[in-house]
Design a binder for this molecule. Structure first.
Ligand code: ADP
Length: 174
């Protein structure tokens, strides 16, 4: 199963896939971090497309075209702001991955790249977030018998190491 997930370190705006996922905020009108980078690279048409979406709730995901990006589409999802771990942050983060994959499946997309949602400005602890990302993706691919190829994009070495460690542990458990 794990061969369906690969890890790549770098800037998600450069990844050539059917869809990249944006860690957006509820307005879906752009922001800092990966959101800012995606809007910058996609060009102003992305913001115009986002205006028509009418925002999104935490855990939801919505689709636009990719405009000037190498990716055909952008799936905008709103990660939870991490407070203390007692405000359903885990369920909401899981919902981001699940909703994004659901949209990809619905639109017959074959490849999707995720950033480490909520682990920047939204302060989700990196290791917990990586665990949720990988387990949710594997569960989705298994239960939905989905043929989607998933790329986990790590912006820094620490995130890449975390993803590799978690996938390796899953491999040895089997
Ligand atoms: P959030 O508000 O959901 O925390 P951020 O954009 O602040 O979103 O951070 C989410 C993750 O995306 C962080 O791990 C950050 O290092 C990473 N990130 C920032 N810019 C990029 C980029 N251009 N490509 C891939 N990942 C990025």
């Amino acid at each position: 199963m794990e061969e369906k997930i690969s890890i790549w370190q770098g800037d998600i705006t450069q990844v050539e896939v059917d869809a990249i996922v944006n860690a957006a905020n509820k307005s879906l009108l752009g922001g800092g971090g990966v959101d800012g980078a995606i809007h910058q690279a996609a060009g102003p048409e992305l913001k115009e497309a986002c205006k028509k979406l009418g925002g999104a709730e935490t855990g939801e995901a919505k689709l636009t075209e990719g405009f000037n990006l190498p990716a055909k589409y952008v799936i905008h999802t709103v990660g939870p702001v991490y407070r203390d771990g007692k405000h359903e942050e885990d369920k909401l983060l899981e919902s981001c991955y699940r909703s994004s994959l659901g949209i990809a499946k619905k639109h017959h997309l074959k490849s999707i790249a995720f950033p480490a949602i909520s682990t920047g400005i939204y302060h989700y602890p990196a290791e917990e977030a990586a665990q949720i990302a990988i387990h949710t993706i594997l569960d989705f691919l298994e239960k939905q018998t989905s043929e989607i190829t998933v790329i986990l994009v790590a912006f820094d070495q620490r995130t890449e190491n975390l993803y590799r460690k978690i996938l390796k542990n899953i491999d040895t458990e089997e």
